[in-house]
Design a binder for this molecule. Structure first.
Ligand code: NAD
Length: 337
């Protein structure tokens, strides 16, 4: 069993911990927390050994009635690999800690690409992580774009991608973010940084992106236009995308007209935390004009990178080839609608 440590147990870290715990070939040896808050209590209830991310704060944990297994340094020493899910920029600072123990690590999409040896998406470039010690699992938006671009590129060839990203203002717990009542071109500069981030996965891709932020917490929505190398039919594209386990093409007639109902759909299905690991593409939105393909997709920012982290662990550690890893991850988590 591969021993996985999780440093940073917030929105992404807690989901990755549960996903790792569900795998037959890996186990969670501990999670590191900065403070003894509700998430620390939840981690202990779930049976994960708790480590202090900031050793000087250890007494706060015992005062809160939480038993610590040690400090983060000991977790890094104990683990075969660390998943760093700390806030943007902290992962870069933590890399030297991992290096000092010769422990490989995954970093997340909030870090700049040069912090890691490789940027990772399971569908698009699994094998690129083979010789890496430090891999960056790209952001929720880049993951969502990469998953849909990969099959289009393989099947038809892609001349140019244009995407407008309507981004949630913050996650449900991020009550200091916004806007509360506005629609912000964000980033205001065009094209946005998202396109270059996708190019860390598809080096030669021609892609331009624009972003907005809206008063919503549930999901992002992408309006996507892809100029393909050949003329296709919408039905052919739909059939192609339906073959992908991490793409859910919402069938006509489901009555899912927005992300609110998508989240209800996930909750009704009994998904943990109402998570939607798959890109959710409205089947009715798939349209073709000549070589131009159009579609809308919704991306659950809190969870789409979770199966990618599990696969990145296997890729970096050389545990399983791409197909087997993705199948195992999807089967154990219940990915695929
Ligand atoms: P978060 O704020 O929800 O969780 C981060 C956790 O790390 C918190 O519990 C925080 O207390 C803890 N932390 C802070 N400093 C720490 C330190 N020095 N050592 C250990 N833990 C520390 O953040 P998140 O949303 O889970 O984001 C984590 C990373 O994942 C970021 O790079 C982010 O860009 C990326 N990401 C986030 C989302 C998203 O929508 N939430 C989606 C994809 C990728």
């Amino acid at each position: 069993m591969l021993k996985v440590g999780i440093n940073g147990y917030g929105t992404i870290g807690k989901r990755v911990a549960d996903a790792v715990a569900a795998q037959p070939d890996m186990t969670v040896v501990g999670v590191a927390k900065t403070q003894p808050n509700y998430e620390a209590h939840a981690a202990v209830r779930r049976g994960y050994p708790l480590y202090a991310a900031i050793p000087e704060r250890a007494p706060l944990f015992s005062e809160a009635g939480l038993e610590l297994a040690g400090a983060v340094d000991e977790l890094v020493a104990e683990a075969d690999i660390i998943v760093d899910a700390t806030p943007s920029g902290i992962g870069a600072e933590n890399r030297s800690l991992y290096e000092s123990h010769d422990t490989p690590a995954l970093l997340q999409g909030g870090e700049s690409a040069d912090v890691a040896d490789v940027s990772f998406n399971a569908r698009a470039n699994f094998d690129a992580a083979e010789d890496a010690d430090y891999a960056r699992v790209v952001s929720c938006n880049t993951t969502g774009l990469s998953r849909v671009i990969a099959p289009l590129q393989e099947e038809y060839g892609v001349e140019k991608v244009r995407a407008t990203l309507v981004r949630r203002g913050g996650d449900p717990g991020q009550n200091t973010r916004g806007p509360i009542n506005d629609i912000l071109p964000n980033p205001i500069h065009v094209p946005s940084h998202h396109g270059p981030d996708v190019k860390t996965i598809f080096t030669d891709l021609d892609i331009d992106t624009m972003g907005l932020k809206v008063p919503a917490t549930l999901m992002h929505v992408h309006a996507l236009n892809v100029t393909l190398d050949e003329r296709v039919t919408a039905a052919h594209v739909q059939a192609l995308l339906e073959q992908e386990n991490r793409l859910y093409v919402i069938p006509e007639g489901m009555g899912i007209d927005g992300v609110g109902k998508l989240k209800n759909f996930a909750l009704d299905a009994g998904r943990p935390r109402g998570d939607l690991w798959e890109n959710c593409i409205w089947g009715e939105s798939i349209g073709v004009r000549g070589r131009d393909l159009y579609l809308f997709q919704a991306i659950h920012q809190e969870s789409d990178v979770v199966p990618e982290n599990v696969d990145a662990i296997r890729a970096v550690m050389g545990l399983e080839p791409q197909d087997e890893s993705m199948r195992l991850t999807d089967d154990t988590l219940g990915v695929g609608i």
